[in-house]
Design a protein. Sequence first.
Length: 292
Amino acid sequence: MLELIYQALFAPFIDFGFMRRALVGCIALSISATPVGVFLMLRRMSLTGDAIAHAILPGAALGYMVAGLSLGAMTLGGLIAGWVVALLSGGLARITVLKEDANLAVFYLLSLALGVLLVSTQSRNIDLLHLLFGSVLALDNEALILLAGIATITLLLLAIFLRPLVLECLDPDFLRRHSNIGTTTHLVFLALVVLNLVAGFQALGTLMAVGIMILPATAARFWARQLDQLLFVAMGIALLGCWLGLLMSWHLDLPTGPAIILMLGSLHVFSLFAGRDGLLKRWLHPRKHLKS
């Protein structure tokens, strides 16, 4: 029995180096991108992450066109494209009648169209599938160092800007009226979103990088109510989902990126029903929830 458990849950990571590197990369993403996703959810900006994830595609494609499958070139291209879209959306919202979400939708669509155009003009589309859908099993030491560096930067900036980030989630108008740090906090947060989405596309691809950012955060909301609890529960769900997704991909011979996202989605559905604030508790104790 113990041998079966070992073979099913631990042997792939102990026996194969590429599985260990994939797990380490997922751990870095779980402790980096997931806390950013919690703040996206609290600020009602979950779809912003999806829009920016698509917006980095042309930058990554240009990096590929210039230098091939170069980690540095595609990362730099994705960062520039994502930051340009994020800054233009936020900046124009302050000087035009359009709100930030409308500006983001405009630039996201234009950026996505440009990215698809660039991808379609390449004769090496098979390689570009890794850009779109990820190649977590192909992570090398260079990519792991990049992911670890981004995780370190993210955690440091979140610690520095924690108070204004929380206040902006609760009352952004109050922060803007009584402090000059509101705009800086917003720009830093958008930069962190872009940075972690670019990190995510190294493992899960541009089309699914936002999954590891948002799905654990939304699942955690059914288990926790305070911010510190939300952050730790979300990271725990992300780690569990990545581990189970890697195992599902290994044993069933499935694409790894989609397997991880599907497992995270399954944990979200489980939390939706069985969580502290889930549907089962509401159905079993309807009067208690009506009073609250």
